[in-house]
Design a binder for this molecule. Structure first.
Ligand code: KG4
Ligand code: ZN
Length: 344
């Protein structure tokens, strides 16, 4: 079964053709990053307009690169939530029209479940396992019972981890998207230059939650207080070196995730962890988890970390193969109310 997957939830206009949920025949991602970079963040209005202009060609390229005729597509999957409403509506409307015109089965999928599915396209894994979903909009630690069923153990109580990377990078002018630049700078920096405070969330209902507002404030407003050694300064400005700020921040940001994750590993006894979302590209996170020899940690390939249509087509296949269909009244939603404890 060849599924066309469409993704337009944020600033990537993407489409892919995937066979049987695993074999990626094409995966076209056209990023809007250069258009949003001058604003240091995604401008929602611009994003939806660009999706509207680009989506037709992106889908056409996905079909061409897959050497696939329109008539060979067996089903259509699209990200319908969560994300930027205007952006989502473009993908959802296009996907519905495409499917309706050809009388194809159509399914709307959850963006975060699609991220979680991405590593499973290249690795075999048995349920249940722990999922760590880390992106610009979410930080979710969950027990994954099936491709469509997760039990949320913890989330962020304020900013998402990717959002914290983006805000710190924006403040210091490191570049957009922040995570990419901080990761790059950190490789040449001293992660012991500053020791930032970590949130004290380990009891009761917050046992698996994370928080980034304290770290963000420390890095942005109180950095002098957390310097623990003499560090070289920029000879011109006298400021701390970007590399050291980035490396110390990144270490703390990832440590916050790992503490919650390790608590969940200990409590549940689950030793397989699947990581998904844009922050899954982080090299320090990958390095730290690679050192955990008693855990099996599955990361998506870098090409499937950010937003893409392949993960949407991949999970879409699973729904379609089971006979699930979304109604033609399906629309987009910026948030998902059901994404609380158990998300079917
Ligand atoms: O999944 P994604 O592409 O879009 C959302 O669904 O949000 O994730 C984007 C987020 C951004 O916050 C970006 O800064 C972060 O992923 N990111 C990274 C890295 N690459 C992207 N964060 C840390 N390290 C990276 N290498
Ligand atoms: Zn995403």
């Amino acid at each position: 079964m060849k599924v066309l997957g469409i993704e337009s939830s944020c600033d990537e206009c993407a489409a892919a053709v995937v066979e049987d949920g695993k074999h990626i025949l094409s995966n076209v991602v056209v990023t809007q990053i250069p258009h949003h970079a001058p604003y240091n963040g995604v401008v929602p209005e611009l994003a939806s307009r660009m999706h509207t202009e680009w989506i037709y060609e992106v889908v056409e390229r996905a079909l061409t690169e897959a050497h696939c005729q329109v008539s060979e597509i067996d089903g259509v999957a699209v990200t319908a939530h969560p994300g930027l409403l205007g952006s989502l509506l473009v993908g959802v409307s296009f996907a519905k029209a495409f499917a309706y015109a050809r009388n194809l089965p159509f399914v709307a999928v959850n963006h975060m479940l699609a991220h979680l599915y991405a590593p499973l396209m290249t690795e075999e894994v048995t349920y249940p396992f722990l999922g760590l979903l880390v992106s610009g909009g979410h930080s979710i630690l969950c027990k994954v019972e099936d491709f469509d069923t997760i039990e949320v153990l913890g989330t962020t109580i304020d900013d998402a981890v990717g959002e914290a990377f983006d805000k710190v990078a924006k403040y210091y002018g490191f570049g957009y998207p922040g995570g990419v630049y901080i990761d790059r700078l950190a490789q040449k920096g001293d992660s012991e230059a500053f020791r930032f405070p970590l949130p004290n969330l380990y009891k009761g209902e917050h046992r698996y939650d994370v928080s980034y507002s304290g770290l963000k404030t420390a890095v942005i407003n109180q950095i002098d207080q957390f310097r623990v050694k003499e560090v070289p300064r920029d000879p011109v400005t006298g400021n701390y070196r970007s590399e050291d700020v980035a490396a110390s921040f990144q270490k703390a940001a990832i440590e916050i995730l790992l503490r919650a994750l390790f608590r969940a590993v200990e409590d549940t006894g689950l030793r397989t962890v699947v990581i998904g979302g844009g922050v899954a590209a982080n090299s320090y996170l990958r390095q730290r988890l690679a050192a955990e020899k008693d855990l099996r940690c599955l990361f998506p390939p870098l090409s499937l970390c950010g937003d893409n249509g392949a993960m949407v087509a991949g999970i879409g296949f699973r729904y379609l193969a089971r006979g699930d269909r979304s109604p033609w009244t399906t629309t987009a939603a910026a948030r998902v109310r059901a994404f609380k404890r158990r998300y079917p």
